[in-house]
Design a protein around this ligand. Structure first.
Ligand SMILES: Cc1cc2nc3c(=O)[nH]c(=O)nc-3n(C[C@H](O)[C@H](O)[C@H](O)COP(=O)(O)O)c2cc1C
Length: 197
């Protein structure tokens, strides 16, 4: 089995866990994730920073063998995501709370921002476990909320997690996408200089 390595070509060295992370679309459909690994991912999310330590987040961890994984795979994903994500070992549904513990409303931007930090910790912990993950914003937000019967949160994304699969076993379209180089803006484009006086 040949595996893809898509380590970032960084301008300066960075931590392996960040450089080696990439978003695959070919998972090993025979791989299963253990309860301990899922627990580690949830614990990683729990320890994310948040404004006022409000922790306005919830997550559903759905293993491929769970019935709800299939329901989300069938009706909660959009477009191309439907074709590759069902081979992942785990789907993580991220919910951003609409309300604080005291019942007052949370600003949507703030809730999403906090949620993004917690999901990033899931993704990096997955990488540390030797697994791969892939964010999906191409999802049916309303349908996922309906499936869970949740009204007091937004769905921000679904993240697939699993073991890297063999691209040779994938469709031509997927193989092409997997072979594409990873590109980023140059550091000079994203680093803002302090205004001169
Ligand atoms: C919020 C968010 C939503 C995304 N939605 C999708 C998606 O619906 N489908 C998909 O294939 N990739 C999706 N991606 C993955 C990005 O395309 C990917 O992270 C980007 O191309 C950089 O590639 P890399 O993660 O391999 O470095 C999403 C990423 C983020 C952060």
């Amino acid at each position: 089995m040949s595996h893809v390595s898509k380590t970032a070509h960084t301008e300066v060295p960075i931590s392996d866990v960040i450089a080696n992370r990439f978003s695959p679309r070919v998972y090993d459909p025979t791989h299963t994730i253990s309860d301990d690994e899922v627990l580690r991912l949830s614990e990683a999310a729990r320890w994310a920073p948040s404004g006022n330590n409000g922790q306005p987040w919830r997550f559903a961890f759905l293993k491929r063998e769970d019935a709800t994984f299939q329901v989300i795979a069938d009706t909660g994903l959009s477009g191309f995501n439907k074709s590759w994500a069902p081979h992942a070992s785990l789907l993580v549904v991220a919910f951003a709370d609409k309300f604080k513990a005291d019942g007052s409303a949370i600003d949507r931007h703030a809730s999403y921002f906090n949620n993004a930090l917690a999901t990033a910790q899931i993704v990096l912990e997955a990488e540390a476990l030797g697994l791969k993950s892939h964010y999906m914003g191409g999802i049916d937000h309303e349908e996922i909320l309906r499936i869970f019967g949740i009204e007091d949160a937004w769905v921000t994304c679904v993240i697939s997690v699993g073991a890297l699969g063999d691209p040779a076993a994938a469709s031509e379209a997927l193989q092409q996408r997997e072979a594409a180089p990873r590109e980023r803006k140059a550091l000079t484009e994203i680093v803002v200089e302090a205004p001169s006086k």
